[in-house]
Structures are given as C-alpha cells and as structure tokens.
Ligand binder design. Sequence first.
Ligand SMILES: Cc1ncc(COP(=O)(O)O)c(C=O)c1O
Length: 439
Amino acid sequence: MAAEGRIKEIIRRDRRIMITTTRQKYPLVVSHGEGEYVYDVEGNRFLDFSSFIAVYNFGVNARKEIRSAAKKQIDSMMHAAFYDYYAESPVRFAEKLVGMFPSGFGRVFFSNSGTEANEAALKFSKIFTKRPYVISFHNAFHGRTMGSLSLTYSLSVQREHFGPFDSALHAPYAYCYRCPLKKSEDDACCLAGIDHIRKNILSKEVGHGEVASIFIEPIQGEGGYIVPPAEFVKELRKLASENGILLVSDEVQAGYMRTGSFLALDNFGVEADIYTMAKAIGGGLPMGATVTRTSLGDIPPGAHANTFGGNLVSIAAAEASLDYVKRNYASLRKVSLSKGRMIMTRLLEMKERYEIIGDVRGIGMMIGIELVKDRKSKEYASKERDAVLYECFNKGLILLPAGPSSIRIIPPITISIANIKKGLDILEGAIKALPKRSR
Ligand SMILES: Cc1ncc(COP(=O)(O)O)c(C=O)c1O
C-alpha cells in the first residue's frame, strides 16, 4: 500500500480531533509563505489571491519589519493585562490609529478579532444612546459571537439553533445585481432598504427612538462582495442622523487600504459614528479595534473589557504595519486603485467571453465575480463556482468564495503586475475548463 502523503495524513488527523468549521473544499495544508506565495506541506507553491482572508494585505506572512517588531516585543514583554494595568505602546498605537480617521474620532477599544470589535460597537452604541435595538442588512456578515451573530444575516447555518436574536432587525441591502425593483442596468438605486427601515422598522416594528445603531459593511464581504451605490450609503447616513441612530461602519474586511482608502466608507463620501477593524490591522496577529467619535463620550468602568486586548505583541506588529501604511499611503492608494482597475478590466473582458460570469464588481483591490447558471434567471452557479476554485487550486492559485456563487479576488495589494496576469490567466483557464454548456 502506498504511504499516506503529509496532506492526507494531516487532514485525516484534523477531521478526527478538530470541531468542524468552515474549511475550503480544496485541501490547502499550509507550511510557510512569503510575499505572493504560500507553500503546502508537500512543497507545492501557490500564488495567493486571498490575502488569507484579507489579512496579509501587504504580502503573505507580512512584511519583514512587521515580523521583526513582533519578535523584538516577545523578548521584552508579551502580555501586559492592558485592561487592568497601563502600558505605553497600545496608547501610542491608538494615537497613531486615530490619525487615520476623520477629525473628531478620538476613542479606541482593542480586542482580538472582528466579531469582538463589532460586539464592542454594539454594546457601546446601546450605552451611548440608551436604546435597545440594532439594525443590519440582508447578506451581512459581522461575526459569530452572539451579539455580532444577531447582526449577521448571510447563511441560515450560521444562525440556526442560536437565536432568538431579539434586539437585531434587518433590512435589504442595495444588492443592485439582484434588485427586484430595478428595471434596467442603468436604473438608479431604488433605496428599497432605506425605505424599509423608514417605513417599516422605524414606523411599525419598534417604537420611535428605540434604535441604537445601524451596522453596514461598506462593501459586503462574506455575503458576496456586494458594492452599494453611493446614494444608498448617503441616504443611510441621513436617515441615521435624522433619527439619532449611530452609524457603525464594519471595516473588518473592506478597510485597511483594500479599497484604496484606509476606511472603505470614505469611498462613499460619508462618515460613520463608530468604526470597527480587524483582519489586516494586526499585520497577521490577532487584533480588533473599535474607534468612536469622541463626542459620544465614554462607557462606565467595567461595562466592557477583555484579557488580551492591547496585547503587546499584536500591538507591535500593528504599529509597524501602520507605520508602513503612513509612510506609503499615497503609493498604496495609487497601486490599489490602478491594479484594481487592471483586474476589473480583465474580468469585464472575461464576462464578455463567458456567460457564466453574471456580474463583476468591486472597489480598489476588493473585487468579486458572481457566477450564474444563466444570465436571465440569475440562478446561482454554486457548484460551478466551487469547481472553478478547485481547478485554480490544482493550477497553483488560491482564491476564496463569497456568498452563494461569487469568487473574491483580493490579492495582497503589493502583488506584482506579472503575478496578477498569471493569476487571472489561471482563473480564466479554470472557467474554460468547465463543461461547455455551463460556461
Ligand atoms: C465584515 C466582517 N466583519 C466581521 C468579521 C468577523 O471577523 P472575525 O472572524 O475576526 O471574528 C468578518 C470576518 O470575515 C467580516 O468579514
């Protein structure tokens, strides 16, 4: 009998001991990586178009100076119980971080993940407004702990058995590609989601003045890489202000230069009242941050805290990463936009060639393509999407799914033009490899 390979062996052991989570359908068993490539435990090399779920925005395993900062900190002090004692570096990092926000944002809370950053925003918004309800959008993903999960509205498997989620209400997002009210491609946004909040939630479902906050992903991530029109976001801002509701921008996936701006909401010309970040902010180490308008005030001592928030090693990596962003802001913005345009152009050409590509959308280097069985019915081509991802993997390209049948294209912002072309060639090859009738 042939010896079992390392990949098979590790996956077999994993399946026996680990609680099942969300693993991809292709078997990537990571060994190490750098720059634009990751290697598996059998020495196979893959080009990364995933940034490991929008974390390695500047290259696999982060930049050298980020790693060095973390290593140095490990030898000095790792954990400082920052919510019980004081330490300088988290304060210094917070001071630098708010410098990336619009003026008036001066309060920071650190946690360890995106869901915790949103959990904090949810609790803070209730404390600040003394109101009980929160609103989020259909297809939203804000995390999986109970408060954030109440806002998540993407897949039933994520919510099944965990409810009821009494304080969260939901409204349609501006998913223009599938908007039932849109009569043509050029139709302006109908703002159905805003109307729903105004006419149903705030007029019938709950009492006037009972909603603390509305959470929005400036571009929906896990839900399918869905980009709302600017009018939608602007109207939402207006509605929130008119009703004393705090707008929370979940920047966990779309933020940190991914769309060419530090804050993805900036692309729509509006400001939120609370921002949440995670994923890329820690430079590869766990970190969440919740940033609020100073005018909202503070929370009572003991109302919220955690053990590891402000962890000195995560802070060291995050500070080195933010210093890199600050030093290179203009060029990172430029390349994110120009490489994003290049990717979009190629994907739109592919859309001309393959019926299965129903929609191409994105801002900067946060781009999604949605696969459909046919363009009229827009039936989700989920199996075909999975087959494309698998074929890409076999050809040495890592891509992630989003929503029922979309593919996200989120390479490190620093990826070379040659590797963008190479990755897109592999993607096109994988679409071509589908049976003729389905592409
Ligand atoms: C927009 C958004 N918010 C929150 C989260 C949750 O982040 P975490 O997995 O770090 O808890 C995610 C994760 O994918 C996300 O994309």
